[in-house]
Design a protein around this ligand. Structure first.
Ligand code: CS2
Length: 479
């Protein structure tokens, strides 16, 4: 007999938050913090989870009353826990009006988001809204029927203003540097293109706190769902599996001070998040992406497998010690070398099957803040960061779309087609590297024009072609 599906016990909380992007990370992170904050100190902070594209999250969550299981995978085995902080689930393309109504509801005080880098519709090199992005063009032409996050935020804010309500706080939870300022800039750029008065009101009354978010959460697989079913006797299509570690650093700047007591769940409420953000993006995400490209090319499926292979863990240590930590300012209350050591332990967690292919996605949107800023700082200090340049070369080799055995790589990236064409259009390592350095959305011109950088990436790329990623990593790690 098939197992019964998980269902909610008891009533859902009343809504106080709308969240855009109800994927695995949100369920393993924001929804848990909010659940714990409500348990510790009350408040109506139920979450209306809105998917901007796919119906998948709603189809998984709604039949379960929006309850789902979060499984912590640590050294003592799997610890499942049912989370009930999501009160409703919407699919924006099916009913934009319902989404806008939820965002304009006076009870809703926060709109949070995990929409990934590309959801901001910005130009990564300038950090401003990309006015020729097709979704932005669409949303400016018909603001009442939006498709993009900026389009939804601004239309809902306009409705609140018209109704005499305060704006909601926009709480970005994506891995982008100065993410609060970025969210503010794209919202104001969009609002200005619609109505200068609206933009002024948002600028004066709105709040866009920056955050640093951290918890490794691989995409859920059918095997995860089957393992939970075998252990607990129920089926949960909306489950997520995550590592034990979590860290949320939040700039404490909310409209009217209205927010859940997330500090009761361990969030750090601080005056400025920037140093924490830089630490996390450069130390964690920078090595994660490096491991993803080089690990994938070397034939490894997961990060745990990759760091167990010769040279990779040592490469990470060298990256932190010699290339990354010297560029990271000291965040309050953090011990940077200890932070790096702990990262390697997190990567080694064998229960977390985080695919290199998953992390390799959207590299054109990730590289600038994860790796290239660090490289630029190293060069400015007179260091040539060979390890990070190998990571960049790994990305270039990966977006060429053919692996070391000659098989096609399923490259997921908004620029995938153009990247492959640029790579295919050149014959030699020099030519391919030069063609890819020409992507101004990815490489700032000062960096692309720096001969030390170009030469190091070209050498690394030629090494990847000549001897393969596994050997190239061993060599750079042992140098
Ligand atoms: C990963 C991150 O998928 C990726 O690109 O590097 O999502 C990483 O797992 C999280 O930022 C950890 O907090």
């Amino acid at each position: 007999m098939p197992a019964e599906r998980l269902t909610r016990k008891g009533a859902a909380p009343a809504p106080g938050i709308v969240h855009l992007g109800p994927g695995a990370f949100f369920r393993a992170f924001n929804a848990i913090y909010t659940e714990e904050a409500m348990a510790a100190s009350g408040g109506d902070w139920g979450i209306v989870a809105v998917s901007l594209r796919s119906a998948g999250p709603r189809d998984q969550l709604a039949p379960q009353g929006c309850a789902y299981t979060a499984v912590e995978l640590g050294p003592e085995g799997a610890k499942p826990r049912v989370i009930g902080s999501i009160c409703r689930c919407l699919v924006a393309p099916e009913d934009p009006e319902a989404v806008l109504a939820a965002m304009a509801d006076p009870a809703v005080r926060i709109v949070s988001m995990t929409i990934t880098e590309k959801g901001y519709c910005h130009n990564p090199a300038t950090g401003r809204l990309n006015p020729s992005h097709p979704d932005i063009v669409h949303d400016l032409a018909g603001p009442g029927w939006p498709v993009s996050a900026p389009g939804y935020l601004v239309e809902a804010l306009a409705r609140r203003r018209a109704a005499g309500l305060a704006p909601f706080t926009v709480l970005t939870c994506d891995n982008l540097p100065s993410n609060g300022r970025l969210a503010r800039d794209i919202v104001l750029d969009f609002a200005r293109a619609r109505d200068a008065g609206l933009a002024e009101w948002i600028a004066a009354e709105g709040r866009f706190p920056a955050t640093m978010v951290d918890r490794i959460t691989p995409a859920t697989t059918e095997a995860d769902i089957a393992a939970l079913e075998a252990a607990e006797g129920y089926r949960d299509a909306a489950m997520v599996a995550h590592e034990p570690f979590r860290q949320w650093v939040i700039e404490d700047d909310f409209v009217g001070g209205a927010r859940p007591a997330w500090e009761r769940a361990g969030a750090q409420m601080v005056g400025s998040v920037e140093a924490h953000e830089l630490m996390k993006l450069r130390c964690l995400n920078g090595t994660h992406s490096t491991l993803a490209y080089l690990g994938y090319l070397a034939g490894h499926e997961t990060i745990a497998e990759t760091v167990a292979a010769p040279g990779f863990a040592r490469l990470c240590e060298r990256l932190w010690e010699e290339e990354i930590l010297p560029t990271v300012p000291q965040p309050e209350g953090e011990d940077l070398p200890a932070y790096a050591v702990a990262l390697l332990e997190r990567y080694r967690n064998p229960a977390i099957r985080h695919r290199t292919w998953q992390i390799a996605m959207d590299g054109s949107q990730k590289l600038p803040q994860r790796i290239l800023g660090t490289v630029a700082d190293d060069l400015a200090a007179g260091r040539v960061p060979e390890g990070l340049c190998l990571g960049v070369a790994g990305w270039m080799r990966y977006v060429g779309g053919v692996d070391e055995k000659g098989a096609a790589i399923d490259v997921r990236d908004p620029l995938a087609g153009r990247l492959k064409a640029a790579s295919d259009g050149a014959e030699t390592a020099e030519g391919k590297v030069a063609a890819l350095l020409g992507f101004a959305e990815v490489f700032p011109s000062a960096l692309a024009g720096d001969a030390r950088f170009r030469d190091a990436v070209t050498r690394a790329y030629a090494g990847l072609l000549a001897e393969g990623a596994a050997q190239a990593v061993v060599e750079v790690a042992g140098r």
